[in-house]
Design a binder for this molecule. Structure first.
Ligand code: ZN
Length: 166
């Protein structure tokens, strides 16, 4: 392996890491909306109007900006507190983002092909949301169970047959 291969591999690992962290962040949003029985598409404001669902602080309900949504980094830079109301933000959020990153890098090294990668990316946020819901003692809906087990299956499949690039 020459140095250009090394750079390419590092860039790929970094990309997988970032995608995994974003999927982890999405998992937190899914778990929150399922646990609070909120719609994924529209939020109701105080006057009962509808607006597109966006991420917000669970404490002060301030809508979060792009800068507040950078996986792991936003949490570290803000010292684990909301930028607007200074309420403590659980370390569970950056943790689940890191777990997402680790799983994606794991899949990269398992050498899964494009199909297993795509299926994995779609099911990973739900698999992580499943774990979050169990930790919060909320009961995950039936389809989240299904996506959790398909995610585990895809990862095992990639780990066992990945080097043959299925
Ligand atoms: Zn807040």
């Amino acid at each position: 392996m020459d140095s250009s291969d090394n750079i390419l591999t590092s860039l790929m690992v970094l990309t997988y890491c970032l995608i995994g962290a974003c999927l982890g962040s999405f998992a937190s949003a899914i778990a929150y909306r399922i646990a609070h029985q909120k719609s994924w598409i529209v939020d109701r404001d105080s006057s009962g109007g509808r607006q597109p669902a966006r991420s917000f602080c669970p404490s002060c309900h301030h809508q979060l900006s792009v800068l507040d949504l950078i996986p792991v980094l936003s949490w570290v830079c803000l010292g684990g507190k909301c930028r607007y109301c200074k309420a403590k933000i659980s370390g569970r959020y950056p943790l689940i983002e890191m777990v997402g990153a680790i799983f994606m890098v794991g899949l990269f090294y398992a050498g899964g092909g494009a199909v297993s990668l795509l299926a994995f990316v779609i099911t990973l946020p739900f698999a992580l949301a499943f774990i979050l819901l169990l930790l919060q003692r909320s009961r995950p809906p039936f389809y989240v169970y299904g996506l959790f087990f398909s995610n585990i299956f895809i990862l095992l499949y990639a780990l066992i047959w990945g080097s043959k690039n299925v």
